[in-house]
Design a protein around this ligand. Structure first.
Ligand SMILES: NC(=O)C1=CN([C@@H]2O[C@H](COP(=O)(O)OP(=O)(O)OC[C@H]3O[C@@H](n4cnc5c(N)ncnc54)[C@H](OP(=O)(O)O)[C@@H]3O)[C@@H](O)[C@H]2O)C=CC1
Ligand SMILES: O=C(O)C1=NCCCC1
Length: 343
């Protein structure tokens, strides 16, 4: 499924209508009602915010994964109260978002009482954008940082074969009189989803994103997907961050490293079976000035030196537009979604 193009015939849906359509797809392919709702809201939210690499484009991947038996769409996460500032969840080979939802109340309670709390999710599958996991904390006045590892497709800086995942890092912080400050970025030069989208559209990538099966630089997304690999962003710096993500998301949680799972016996499996870490901080417990006011001041100064676009600005513009006018999908994409939903 592709991102909406200017040329294809398109139609618009409300957020609620898209959630309900996606929910039907998840239910039809073997998830519980809670999991269906959780994933449908996540995926529709990504589409609404213009995060197309992790919006409805992902539905065929979710469906083929569920059909392959690789993931348990009905898993019930088990929340463990590990220590004063530490919560763990065994996602039971299910999706990461329902595991986060199950642990969230205890995580927030601990963050508010101790000032900081960690959530370690293991035995989980994350196939989505990461900002939806952190942004809601900032709306509640909390600072949140999350990392998740994916599947081996990135060559560590200085190495000659892939080992790391595309391993994103997302951060959210409250800001007085404005949307929270949120960024969410893959530690690879480009997200795997964007490489797939470029391959479908027959577009070349910018230079420096990946290598072919012989380890030679290439701009051809198909060469990257078929035996090639991605590079970290920023050379050794992105590579170090990606290594950190492997340690925090997998070693610290008890999840798999990106290179540790083997899905070859599950044709159609697309979701990485790894781990995820969240750190949540209550800034009201820190000494000093009001955090949200300080965020506002930082942004004011950034605008003062000529900055026009904060991370998250584009998403919020897309969200406002979608809330007013609906979410635009190609007719072909909508037809594919309806087919997956069996309607
Ligand atoms: N589940 C998983 O395992 C994985 C998920 N992903 C997801 O893929 C998605 C895409 O990642 P990626 O391609 O790295 O994201 P981008 O490079 O598109 O964007 C990264 C961040 O930078 C911001 N940004 C982009 N351009 C500018 C600019 N010119 N000025 C200021 N800010 C800017 C974005 O804000 P804005 O959004 O407003 O444009 C965003 O917060 C993420 O949501 C990530 O979580 C990636 C890897 C693995
Ligand atoms: O875009 C990516 O990179 C990924 N997204 C979902 C999980 C696999 C990697």
């Amino acid at each position: 499924m592709s991102a909406p193009s200017d040329h294809a015939a398109s139609c618009t849906l409300s957020f609620d209508a898209l959630v309900s359509l996606l929910e039907k797809i998840f239910l039809r392919h073997g998830t519980s009602t809670d999991v269906a709702r959780c994933l449908a809201e996540n995926c529709a939210g990504a589409e609404r915010d213009g995060a197309h690499s992790h919006g409805v484009f992902r539905l065929p991947g979710y469906v083929s994964t569920l059909n392959s038996g690789w993931v348990n769409g009905k898993a019930v996460p088990v929340v463990e109260d590990v220590a004063s500032g530490f919560v763990a969840v065994d996602a039971g080979n299910g999706f990461a978002q329902p595991a986060l939802a199950a642990a969230r109340p205890l995580l927030v309670e601990k963050a508010r009482s101790a000032g900081i709390a960690v959530l370690a999710i293991r035995n989980s599958h994350h196939f989505a954008a990461l900002w939806p996991d952190v942004e809601p904390f900032a709306y509640e006045g909390l600072v949140a940082l999350s990392v998740v590892n994916s599947m081996t497709c990135v060559v560590p800086h200085g190495a000659d074969r892939p080992l790391f995942g595309t391993n994103p890092i997302a951060f959210a912080a409250p800001r007085a009189d404005g949307e929270p400050i949120v960024f969410d970025l893959a530690t690879s030069a480009i997200a795997h989803g964007d490489v797939q989208i470029a391959a479908r559209k027959g577009e070349l990538l910018p230079p420096g994103m990946g290598v072919d099966s012989l380890g030679q630089p290439t701009r051809d997304p198909k060469a990257i997907l078929e035996g090639g690999a991605l590079l970290p962003f920023g050379g050794h710096k992105g590579s170090a961050l990606s290594m950190m993500v492997e340690l925090l998301a997998a070693a610290l949680t008890g999840g798999n490293f990106s290179f540790e799972f083997d899905w070859s016996n599950h044709p159609g499996a697309k979701t990485p079976w790894t781990g995820q870490l969240l750190i949540v901080i209550d800034p009201s417990k820190a000494a000093g000035q009001d955090f949200a006011e300080r965020s506002r001041e930082l942004v004011r100064q950034m605008h003062g030196v000529g900055l026009r676009r904060l991370p998250g600005d584009r998403r919020h513009r897309e969200r406002s537009k979608a809330n007013e006018q609906g979410i635009t999908l190609d007719e072909q994409t909508l037809a594919q979604l309806r087919e997956l939903a069996g309607i």
